[in-house]
Design a protein around this ligand. Structure first.
Ligand code: NAD
Ligand code: TYD
Length: 350
């Protein structure tokens, strides 16, 4: 009987992980600890919030006293740590927020776990969710493996790299049992529309310009979020203590090709004349320090744990667009208020 603390469970990936664990493991209690920043949204979990084995706690992971209370109250046995500031463009605007949450927040959580689990680390797991961006940028060839040297370039990836190092340091120094996974770009339902795919979907729906940074030839390796949640479930249960697992989609796309595919699929779904939405594409000022290419070698998790992506990109994207089209209220709610001022600052401030 585990009591699993999932941090950041009201965010994009966290909500999929919470949903999977709550429904698949009725004998475990899932405690979702989330500060509900602009990116956290309890609507993401409306379908499971009344389940008996689900509990929400509004907690800022920087607050050790509050975390300690939550550990005691729910007798936390394991942690899956997803809470973070997660958007590169915002990290360029306010890097310190990323240091506070991603570095200090992670170390605060490690400190509380270290104290609460002292004496029996063998019975507990601290699973840290990270990103492929810690490895830096690739040229035209090559893949990130678990042995690739860290070389972060953005304040976001630098803060995630620091948090990964702290997690491993707590394993090496204090003996806490940890596992780390580094995943490529996710997409899917509940994705906050500051990121490329949901931003483009929202703008296509609203006939707004589609802002492509630089020459549009930057490359990302896209993974359907539900496949990431499956990988997290496997690593949580079967991952080797102290190890790192890279997770990726074997699915590289140049941004401009991806946006063209989105335009094509959405013209069809919205009943628009083929070629209509691509007229909205607008090349804009590049992101500073923009990493040219990310691509993951996911062979370790494939060979050791038997994981592979379950859907093709075309299928996943089509499901994602359908979800956004049938969840207009969700989209309207998250794009009202503070989103508009962020958008104006980010895209109309050249
Ligand atoms: P997200 O921005 O959608 O959600 C982050 C969640 O963390 C939100 O619910 C927010 O309220 C919460 N949070 C932020 N600061 C907090 C704090 N101080 N205390 C408690 N909660 C706080 O992020 P996401 O895209 O779901 O990413 C989740 C994790 O996965 C992050 O650690 C991210 O680095 C990692 N990751 C993301 C991707 C991706 O493509 N989105 C890829 C690889 C790894
Ligand atoms: P993003 O979704 O922010 O993820 P990340 O930077 O973490 O990979 O961006 C994905 C790619 O899309 C990246 O190369 C930047 C680019 N991009 C645009 O061209 N326009 C946009 O409006 C956004 C948000 C991203």
């Amino acid at each position: 009987m585990k009591n699993i603390l999932i941090t950041g469970g009201a965010g994009f990936i966290g909500s999929h992980v919470v949903r999977r664990f709550v429904t698949k493991y009725p004998d475990c209690t899932i405690i979702n600890a989330d500060a509900l920043t602009y990116a956290g949204n309890l609507e993401n979990l409306a379908d499971i919030e009344h389940e008996k084995n689900y509990i929400f706690e509004k907690v800022d992971i920087k607050n050790q006293d509050h975390l300690a209370e939550v550990f005691d109250k729910h007798n936390i046995t394991d942690v899956i740590h997803l809470a973070a500031e997660s958007h590169v463009d915002r990290s360029i605007l306010s890097p310190l927020d990323f240091v506070y949450t991603n570095v200090i927040g992670t170390v605060s959580l490690l400190e509380v776990a270290k104290k609460k689990w002292a004496g029996n680390y063998k019975d507990h797991l601290f699973y840290h969710i990270s990103t492929d961006e810690v490895y830096g940028a690739l040229g035209d060839t090559g893949l990130f493996t678990e042995e690739t040297r860290y070389d972060p370039h953005s304040p976001y990836s630098a803060s995630k790299a620091a948090s990964d190092h702290f997690v491993r340091a707590y394993h090496d120094t204090y003996g806490i049992e940890v596992v780390v996974s580094n995943c490529s770009n996710n997409y899917g339902p509940y994705h906050f529309p500051e990121k490329l795919i949901p931003l483009m979907i929202n703008n296509i729906i609203n006939n707004k310009p589609l802002p492509v940074y630089g020459d549009g030839k930057y490359t990302r390796d896209w993974l359907y979020v539900k496949d990431h949640a499956i990988a997290i479930d496997l690593i949580f249960h079967e991952g080797k203590i102290g190890d790192t697992y890279n997770i990726g989609g074997f699915n590289e796309w140049k941004n401009i090709d991806l946006v063209l595919l989105l335009c094509q699929q959405m013209d069809q779904k919205l009943g628009r004349e083929p070629g209509t939405s691509k007229e909205l594409i607008t090349y804009v000022k590049d992101r500073p320090g923009h990493d040219r290419r990310y691509a993951i070698d996911a062979n370790k998790i494939n060979k050791e744990l038997g994981w592979a992506p379950s859907v093709t990109f075309e299928e996943g994207l089509s499901e994602t667009i359908d979800w956004f089209l049938s969840n207009k209220t969700w989209l309207d709610n998250v794009t009202s208020g503070a989103y508009a001022s962020y958008y104006d600052y980010q895209y109309n401030n050249e």
